[in-house]
Structures are given as C-alpha cells and as structure tokens.
Design a binder for this molecule. Structure first.
Ligand SMILES: [Zn+2]
Ligand SMILES: [Zn+2]
Length: 350
C-alpha cells in the first residue's frame, strides 16, 4: 500500500487551501482509518481561508489541517482495541464532534458539546483526502443500501436541517404554516422533512427562481419571491394575517432576520440556522410583543439527527442532489459553491 495520500489542506492562516501529498495516517489505539468515498463541501468551508490566526489560541485549532466535515466512506483499518466495527463496512461519520459524557451530550444535544469547537475539517484533519482517522467510541453510522459517496452531505447539511425541523414540529399541527427562508442545500432538506414529519402548509421564500421551482418539486405548497420589498407582508397576506407558526431561516442576514421576526404567528417559533451574520435592527421585545414567540439558535445536528437523515435516505424518501468533483478539482468545487453555480451539494471524491 502506498505510504502517502492526497489531502486538500489549509497550510497557513489567511491563505487558500491546496492539494498536497502527506503521510498516510495510521490509526492509533481506539481509532479507525476511514477510506473516504466522498466528502460534501459546505458554505462554512469557504470561510476557512478568511479566518484569523487567533483561532489557534481561541479555539485550539492546529495548522495545517485537512478540510472536509461531511464524510462517507468505508472502514479501512482498525486501531488496537477497537471493537464492534469491521473492515470494508460502508459508513457515514457524524459531523459534529462530541465527548459523550458532558451535560449536553447526556441530554441528547451532543451538537452543543464543547468538543465541537475543534472537529474534522475545522482545526483537525477532515475528509477531503484519500483517508481519514476517526475516534471509534463516537457514533459511526453503518450504511446499508446507501452509496457512501452520497452520504456525506446527510451528516451535516441533512443533519443540521433535520435538527432545525425537529425543533419546530410541535408548532406545526394540521392547518399550521411553516415558512422556510432560503431553499439552498439545507433548505431543500428542510422542505422534505417538513413534508414527511408534519401536515403543515409549507411556504418557501428564495431570491432565485430556479430554487423556488425546485422547492415546489420537493414538496413546498407555495413559494414567495425572496427579493420582494416586503416578504413578511406577503407571508402575512397568504395566511390571513396570522403569520407562520414556525420560521426556518437558512440565510441569517439582517434582512431575513427582520422578515422572520415579522412573519411569526402567535406562539410561533423562529429557528435561526443560516450563518449570515445578520443583525437584529428592531427592538426585539416590541417586534415580538403579544406573541409569546420563541427563538432558537443552532450548532449543527446531533448524532440522532444524522441517523434520522440517513434512515430517510436509506428508505428512498429523501432527494439528495449531489455534483461529484475529483479531488484534483477540489478548488473548482469551492469556486462553484462560492459562485452559487451548484444545483446540489458538491461532493469531492478521492
Ligand atoms: Zn458544514
Ligand atoms: Zn459532550
């Protein structure tokens, strides 16, 4: 076996990542080496070259590291002491790293575990490589019929989106309205989960006509042009002034935050998932006055959410559009994502 492998890595702070040849990693005690089948590319990967070097002290990230936190692959080699896993098994790796024994992990919110500050592809070696090392005592999900090349996006985009929907389903009984803002990677999954898990009416806003058309294909009942002057006004008009019982904001800009708050029905819930760095410009108490509404923020999905996303995909209930790129074209995949030129999730295949 070759003693080196290819990896698309951050080599220095504030510099673009590069494809380099590095030593093939050996699994230590309790570790597993995964042969990567495919790694999905996420918006958050695009931020990496812009992050300040202070991340090193601030979060404990170590440069250099390999990018990629949406991994599907096969178990390749077991380190000493690893039990319950077999070489050759197709798997998906839960994206968010967690310890398994803190308050949040115990409560089933392992996505909020402190260990998530350093993870595969953010501060430690990730999956845009031929191989990857993972800890064997944290969730590694076995795949059945699902192609491991397609599983990666389910571990982050699919899982985070499932988490978002799960946090609002109690607001979405029959006759209620779910308002999805942004029908990109995560939003597309959310529309499908809402359709599978609830009987609510699904209204989707997006600025792109092709994404609105796709939202209808995925199960949205109605779409709103996200470029309208008053998107919330349009939503209120379509709900006889009541508003949305749940708003899932996959954009998170100042404009969509304002739209989300103004669109909420009484006792509505606003799930802010998009990392658009928007600001809340109006007094929150005033905006929510008399509504009894709630707001939740997000840090990815849990292991359970990832299991659920994968199970739905295994059952053939989930459309998961991907566009494959050879690892040699990793930079091109990043460029196309940045330019908004992808129809599905970019998956980098070694
Ligand atoms: Zn991500
Ligand atoms: Zn924990």
């Amino acid at each position: 076996m070759k003693k080196t492998m290819r990896a698309f890595r951050m080599l220095k702070w504030q510099e673009p990542p590069a494809l380099v040849e590095i030593d093939l990693p050996e699994p230590g005690p309790g570790e597993i080496r995964i042969k990567v089948a495919g790694n999905g590319v996420c918006q958050s990967d695009l931020h990496m070259p812009h992050l300040p070097a202070v991340m090193e002290q601030f979060l404990g990230w170590k440069m250099p590291f390999t990018l990629g936190h949406e991994v599907g692959g096969w178990i390749d080699k077991l380190g000493s002491g690893v039990v319950g896993h077999e070489e050759g098994q197709p798997v998906a790796i839960v994206s968010t790293r967690s310890c398994g024994h803190c308050l949040e992990c115990d409560a089933g919110f392992d996505n909020a575990c402190d260990w998530n500050k350093v993870g595969r592809g953010y501060g430690m070696n990730g999956g845009i490589a031929d191989y990857l090392i993972v800890e064997s005592d944290r969730p590694i999900l076995k795949l059945d019929k699902l192609d491991p090349r397609r599983a990666g996006p389910l571990t982050d985009a699919g899982s985070t989106s499932f988490h978002g929907v799960r946090r609002v389903t109690d607001r979405l009984g029959p006759g209620r309205t779910a308002f999805v803002i942004g029908a990109g990677g995560l939003g597309s999954f959310a529309i499908q989960y809402l359709k599978i898990l609830t009987t609510a009416r699904i209204v989707v806003a997006d600025v792109a006509p092709d994404k609105r058309a796709r939202a209808i294909e995925l199960g949205a009942d109605e779409v709103v042009d996200g470029a309208l002057e008053n998107v919330a006004g349009e939503l209120l008009k379509r709900t006889d002034g009541r508003g949305a019982d749940a708003v899932l904001d996959f954009v998170g800009t100042t404009a969509t935050i304002a739209t989300s708050i103004a669109s909420l029905a009484k006792l509505g819930r606003y799930a802010l998932i998009g990392a658009g760095e928007g600001k809340l410009e109006a007094p929150l108490m005033g905006a929510l006055s008399g509504k009894g509404a709630s707001i939740c923020s997000f840090v990815g999905g849990t292991a359970e959410d990832t299991r659920s996303a994968i199970e739905l995909a295994e059952q053939g209930l989930l459309r998961n559009d991907v566009e494959f790129f050879d690892i040699a074209d990793s930079a091109k995949a990043f460029e196309k994502l940045a330019a908004g030129q992808l129809a599905g999730r970019a998956v980098i295949v070694p």
